[in-house]
Design a protein. Structure first.
Length: 302
């Protein structure tokens, strides 16, 4: 839908901006044997991995999939288990597709930029291809190649060879970046085509279903907010003796020290029975204790 496309576009734009700032302020190739590869691959892979994990964590469907449990009232059959497995795989693929937007954008932009790739593989280029084969050992040759990303460290006689190597590596990196973009675009397009072909719904029916799910979620969120507020208001009124925001409050309740201690501390979700939970310490107190104690009238002088 349009909302998904817009969200993915925003994520991609933010990733591109973050990558540019990240490269400008933090990336500095060490230009040393054995360190270039680790440093370049770390800047390529680690941010992409972090973005992937964040993409999974920020998707509500991830937590629906993780916390989803089979209903006690659902009859267990082979067909139900197969359908459940198919649905889980479909949702997982959908979550993964959304989560891959940022890391794929990061990898594509960094490969097109070329700096990370040049830093990572410069010392593995066969230098004799460029007419520069100094009478040095293999380890010394690798040391010279490792300095190619840092122009100030390259010997003057190796400047031309260095420029040719940098051009080759940037070419390889940019081609890989554009190939990655092409593969992702084709894969996404084919995935949508296959999903549409195997969908039991027609095009208009599918649009209606998408609209229904969206509206249902919005209404459910609104009802959840109002219901939880009204439910919590009952417990707060029992503890303090009035409802927040009420006009003409004639009396308030003065909680005792024991009651303050009962609602203080760390609160965990507490299971009362098979069907109900206590959501907080105040909730637990309100269900167990009577609202007795000292009351103070607000329309009287202290």
């Amino acid at each position: 839908g349009k909302e998904v496309v817009i969200a993915n576009a925003i994520i991609a734009i933010l990733t591109i901006g973050g990558q540019q700032l990240f490269s400008f302020f933090t990336f500095s190739c060490p230009c040393h044997i054995g360190q270039n590869l680790v440093y370049g691959l770390a800047f390529l892979g680690v941010p992409a991995l972090i973005l992937l994990i964040v993409g999974y964590a920020l998707n509500n469907q991830t937590w629906r999939l993780v916390t989803g449990k089979r209903s006690h009232f659902e009859k267990v059959t082979t067909s139900n288990q197969l359908l459940k497995c198919k649905l889980s795989c479909f949702v997982l693929c959908s979550i993964t597709g959304r989560a891959l937007v940022a890391p794929v954008t990061w990898l594509a932009v960094t490969l097109i930029n070329g700096s990370y790739y040049v830093c990572a593989v410069s010392e593995y280029i066969p230098m004799y291809y460029y007419g520069a084969n100094p009478n040095v050992t293999a380890s010394e040759r690798r040391r010279i190649l490792a300095t190619f990303p840092c122009s100030q460290l390259v010997p003057p006689e190796m400047t031309r060879a260095r420029d040719e190597v940098i051009l080759l590596l940037r070419y390889q990196s940019q081609v890989a970046g554009w190939l990655l973009i092409a593969v992702v675009v084709i894969t996404v397009f084919l995935s949508y085509c296959l999903a549409s072909c195997f969908s039991p719904l027609s095009f208009l029916h599918f649009r209606y279903w998408s609209s229904y799910v969206h509206n249902e979620q919005e209404l459910f969120d609104e009802a959840t907010e109002q219901h939880s507020r009204l439910y919590a208001m009952q417990h707060v009124r029992k503890f303090f003796g009035f409802v927040p925001g009420s006009e003409n409050v004639k009396e308030i309740r003065i909680p005792s020290l024991r009651e303050w201690q009962a609602i203080s501390g760390l609160a965990f979700l507490k299971q009362v029975d098979e069907e109900h939970y206590d959501y907080s310490l105040l909730h637990d107190w309100a269900l167990k204790e009577r609202a007795n104690g000292k009351y103070l009238r607000t329309d009287e002088d202290p």
